[in-house]
Every structure is written in C-alpha cells, then in structure tokens.
Write a protein that binds this ligand. Structure first.
Ligand SMILES: Cc1cc2nc3c(=O)[nH]c(=O)nc-3n(C[C@H](O)[C@H](O)[C@H](O)COP(=O)(O)OP(=O)(O)OC[C@H]3O[C@@H](n4cnc5c(N)ncnc54)[C@H](O)[C@@H]3O)c2cc1C
Length: 306
C-alpha cells in the first residue's frame, strides 16, 4: 500500500500525524488522531475524502470544532479540518442587496465584522459564534433570534457517497432548529455557502453587533474552554433554566463543570477528559429528567474512533 503521507504530499494537502485533537477543539479536549488534514481548497478536500475512501480509512470533516467533543481515545483515521478553506466573492448585487459566496472555512465572527464594514446587514447574530460557515450551515447555527437559514440562498455540496458536487437551493436544506440536510445526511459536505445580505447603515449594524457581544459577555463563560450550549433547547423549555432550577450550577466531575455563569454550558476548568464531560452530562440529564420529566438531548457532537 502506498504511504498515505506521500499521497497527500503529492497533492499539497497539508497534514499532521499523531495529532492531539485537544489542540483544535474549543473544548481543549481530545486524544490523538492518526492524521489531521488541512485542505485549503474544495478540490483538496474532495481529494482527501476520495483518498480515505480508496484506502478504507475512516474520515470526519470538521470546521472549527466548536460544537464537538472529541473522545479521549482520539480518531483512527483522517480528521479533515476545513479551517484553511477561505475565500469570499461577490455573486451579484443591486442597490439593496449583495449576495456573497463564502468558502466553508470562513469564520463567522470575522465574516460578521467584515460584512458590517461593507455596510451589509444579516450576520450581526453571528459575531460571537466561534464556528465556520460550513459548521453553521450543518447546525443551522443561530443566536439572538436569527439563524444562518435566514440569510442562506444556496450552498455547494460534495456528496461523498455519489462522488459528485451539487448545488442545493435554500429549500433543499430542510432547515429546522439546529438541523439541516447536512446534519441528516452524513455523506454531504458543505463546500461553500451563498448568503444574501442587505445594505444598511454601518453604525446601526455595529451597534447591533456590540449589543449582541455585550449580552454574550454578560451571560456566557466565554473565557473558559467549552463547546457552547451543551444541550439542545427542549420544546417549550430552556435547558439552562432547567439545569439551574435543579441546583446543578457548579456541579463538577474531574475537570469538567456546569458553568456558574450559564448552566447550559459545560466548561473545561483545566485538564478535563472527554470521560469527565460525558459523565457530567449524563448526571445532568438524569437529574433534570428525574426532577422535571424533561429529556435533555446533546447538541454537541461526540467524535471518537478507536
Ligand atoms: C463559546 C461558544 C459559544 C457558542 N455560541 C453559539 C450560538 O450562539 N449559537 C449556535 O448555534 N452555536 C453556538 N456555539 C456552537 C458552535 O460554535 C456552532 O454550532 C458552530 O456553528 C459550529 O461550527 P464549527 O465550524 O465549529 O463546526 P464543528 O464543531 O467543527 O462541527 C460541527 C458539526 O458540523 C459538521 N461540519 C463542520 N463543517 C462541515 C462542513 N463543511 N460540511 C459538513 N459538515 C460539517 C461536523 O462534522 C460536526 O458534525 C458556540 C460555541 C462556543 C464554544
């Protein structure tokens, strides 16, 4: 069998071997991946997946790993990070709107600031979400009453099962709360998203951004490692309030704790293992269910392959 490193090098795909996944996750948790790949173009991403499939190697595409808990056992295979896939271009514009195509690795906070400085409104909600465009489309990420589905016109996808690229219209994304066609079909990878933004007064856009950031700083433990809200919002309830009402703020397992500031966040106080987080999450959901009858469902994805 040809050496995988040589194959990746032949197409200039940047990679590292025996890589501690804690180094790329906002949770700062995770064991070693055999390989982590950093393709910087859609072609290299597709090549990486084709290579994995050809040699029977497991793979997982991730963005900024801000909604992921990597397991302590790491990943036997390729973790493919889109973080280096950058690029923004204007698709069309008129006096009122501009549509922009964004590569999947563009980060939402930078995109939100950049579009604001171009007098474009629509991404004010995203200024404090530390994820990529691809991760946001996968999750239908949202905050402050808006979500990515509000501005998404279409996306370009790679279907790894059929080995073809396709264009998906807004409707074909089947968006719902924290879900999309991408989260339902594991073989679909988001390569690029086209967003439709409206021209507005820059000072109005910036004041919305500042207000959103202020709310976040006041209510979320952004100074600690985490993956954001750990649980989905159950229908008719708020996970954080349920957890707080059960007296679980500050509850700790090893290095993982329920945040004192926002009970929906599980934070890594330093040296938390994935096992600590899972045990804590299990305790929290069991306690909430026993006391309230409401089942909490994990929002954060768990990735491990032994
Ligand atoms: C401090 C903090 C605050 C947060 N606040 C919010 C918030 O307000 N609202 C919110 O919605 N989320 C929030 N999050 C969670 C997270 O930032 C978002 O869900 C974000 O959209 C995830 O993007 P990512 O690039 O990090 O995806 P990752 O965590 O890398 O991946 C998430 C999932 O998407 C898949 N994926 C990633 N990229 C692609 C791609 N290109 N194609 C197909 N699948 C892909 C991965 O396989 C994985 O299953 C927060 C997280 C933190 C740490």
């Amino acid at each position: 069998m040809p050496v995988l490193s040589d194959i990746l090098l032949s197409q200039n795909v940047e990679f590292k071997t025996k890589f501690k996944l804690s180094g790329v996750s906002t949770f700062k948790i995770g064991g070693e991946a055999d390989f982590i790949l950093f393709p910087d173009t859609a072609e290299k991403l597709v090549f990486s997946i084709r290579t994995a499939k050809e040699y029977g190697i497991a793979y997982k595409v991730v963005g900024n790993a801000s909604n992921i808990l990597f397991g302590d056992g790491g990943y036997r295979g390729f973790v493919i990070s889109t973080k280096k896939m950058k690029g923004i271009s204007v698709v069309r514009e008129n006096n009122e709107k501009r549509d922009i195509a964004c590569a999947c690795g563009e980060m939402l906070p930078a995109l939100s600031r950049r579009t604001a400085s171009d007098f474009l409104s629509g991404l004010e909600f995203a200024c404090g979400i530390p994820g990529t465009v691809g991760g946001a489309v996968f999750m239908n990420a949202g905050a402050h009453g808006s979500q990515i589905s509000d501005v998404l016109l279409s996306s370009k996808a790679y279907d790894a099962q059929r080995d073809e690229t396709l264009e998906l219209s807004a409707d074909e994304h089947l968006f719902s709360y924290r879900e999309s066609v991408y989260s339902r079909a594991a073989s679909l990878i988001c390569l690029e998203a086209t967003l439709s933004l409206s021209f507005a007064d820059e000072s109005v856009i910036n004041s919305r951004i500042n207000e959103n950031m202020e709310k976040r700083r006041a209510s979320q433990p952004i100074e600690l490692a985490s993956a954001g809200s750990f649980f989905k919002r159950p229908d008719g309830y708020f996970a954080a309030k349920l957890i707080d009402d059960c007296g679980l703020k500050g509850y700790r397992v090893g290095g993982a704790a329920v945040s004192e500031k926002h009970a929906g966040f599980i934070v890594n106080l330093g040296g938390a293992s994935s096992a600590d987080v899972l045990e804590l999450a299990e305790y929290v959901s069991r306690t909430v269910f026993d006391k309230t009858g409401v089942r909490l469902e994990r929002e954060v994805g768990y990735i491990e392959r032994l």
